[in-house]
Design a protein around this ligand. Structure first.
Ligand code: DSN
Length: 427
């Protein structure tokens, strides 16, 4: 299903060519974006299935359209599986994305103008945690907590202080660029002290939680949101878990509050991903993601980079480029690495002196390379290739040589068995 034959369309050779080009890119370059993964053939098959043809506004047994007998079973199965996977009381599997999930939670639990509190975007938070240009920042009065400047970790004395000062109705825990365990229990205690609700955004770490490689926030949080396509390795989409007391409000806020018809093909793909994540092999996978991140972090340090918090407990690390090259911005490094065959993203780290458009840092994650079968033994080579690519900037011959080495490494770890690139080198 990944071959050019499968992508062939009599009517649209332009898109066919582009799909093949993206397949070749994914097969011949290193995918180190912390929020990406290679989903399974089964998940992709469901996401490309006839379920895309169906309208099913509403919920199982309560639809606005006929013909939903099969769809009801699909959605009920997805709900049952995800509740069992995370030990949740209630689940809504319809959010189209993590941002949609978070927006629905705010709609369910807050009134416009209410105060909420989340991690600063420039210290690891997400745009939906109150960025002024996002809906969250425009409709709600978001205040922020940060990380400690010295340890670069969440400082719960500071979180408590901000909570006591602003008394938010909702505390948002969770991050998009934070390399340490996020402990939900102290957030719960602070929320209880001020009578606030607690939402945990587990988008990045949902797969680690499902696989037992990160403590679960489900027992502590009123609501847990996550995306299904990051460490969880499912289709692109969102999900909301909640305590029973919030179930009706959450469901109403998803539909009809903020979405219309669910993407039933994606709901089926989510159900498959929840099944896959419940298998013993997924626990091994989740643990290996972390082992690989820790091995890569140590190797990056040996290559002369500084790591935010000096390392990682999860699937990602934030790299401070300044000790390696004080003039190299994250933006430039991302561009250089893109040409050399390494996909990652520029990222500010806490107290980064540069803007979010330039940054002094990079974010690197191991979910994709771990799915490909790479282990700790392969991480020093990745670190040395990153360094070599950065040193080779603007030197076409040296960059091409690094790119060939990367393509050779990727060829040893095909993410889809039997599927090879149509190009010998990604150049
Ligand atoms: N959550 C973002 C990321 O981490 O890449 C995307 O919104």
């Amino acid at each position: 299903m990944y071959t050019s034959t499968a992508f062939t369309s009599e009517h649209d050779t332009e898109i066919n060519t582009l799909l093949q080009g993206e397949l070749d890119r994914q097969l011949t370059t290193l995918q180190l974006i912390a929020s990406e993964n290679f989903t399974s053939p089964q998940v992709m098959r469901a996401a490309g299935s006839v379920l895309t043809n169906k309208y099913s506004e509403g919920y199982p047994g309560k639809r606005y359209y006929g013909g939903n007998r099969v769809i009801d079973h699909v959605e009920a199965l997805a709900i049952d599986r995800v509740k069992a996977l995370f030990g949740a009381e209630h689940a809504n599997v319809q959010p189209h994305s993590g941002a949609s999930a978070n927006t629905a939670v705010y709609l369910a639990l807050l009134k416009p103008g209410d105060t909420a509190m989340g991690l600063r975007l420039d210290q690891g938070g997400h745009i939906t945690h109150g960025l002024p240009v996002s809906l969250s920042g425009q409709f709600y009065n978001f205040v922020s907590y940060g990380v400690d400047e010295k340890t670069e970790r969440i400082d719960f004395d500071h979180v408590r202080q901000v909570a006591l000062e602003h008394r938010p109705k909702l505390i948002v825990a969770g991050a998009t660029a934070y390399s340490r365990i996020v402990d939900a229990q102290p957030f719960r205690e602070i929320a209880d002290e001020i009578g606030a609700l607690l939402m945990f955004d587990a988008a990045h770490i949902a797969g680690l939680i499902a696989g037992g490689a990160h403590p679960s926030p489900v027992p502590y949080a009123d609501v847990v949101t996550f995306t299904t396509h990051k460490t969880l390795r499912g289709p692109r989409g969102g999900c909301i878990l909640s305590k029973t007391q919030h179930a009706a409000a959450i469901d109403k806020a998803v539909f009809p509050g903020s979405q219309g018809g669910p993407l039933d093909h994606v709901v089926a793909a989510k159900a498959i991903a929840f099944f896959e994540a419940s298998q013993p092999a997924f626990r091994t996978y989740a643990a290996q993601i972390v082992k690989n991140a820790q091995a890569l972090a140590e190797a990056m340090k040996r290559e002369g980079f500084r790591l935010c918090t000096d390392g990682t407990d999860n699937h990602l690390m934030l790299v401070d480029l300044r000790p390696f090259d004080k003039d190299l911005t994250g933006k430039r490094a991302q561009e250089i690495l893109d040409v050399a065959g390494v996909s990652l993203n520029k990222n500010q780290f806490p107290y980064d002196p540069r803007s979010p458009f330039q940054t002094s840092g990079l974010r690197i994650g191991t979910p994709s390379v771990t799915t490909q079968g790479m282990t700790e033994a392969d991480m020093p080579l990745i670190a040395s290739l990153i360094k070599a690519a950065l040193l080779a900037a603007d030197d076409e011959a040296r960059t091409a040589s690094v790119r060939d080495e990367i393509a050779a490494l990727c060829a040893k770890f095909p993410p889809y068995s039997g599927v090879t690139s149509t190009v010998s080198s990604a150049a």
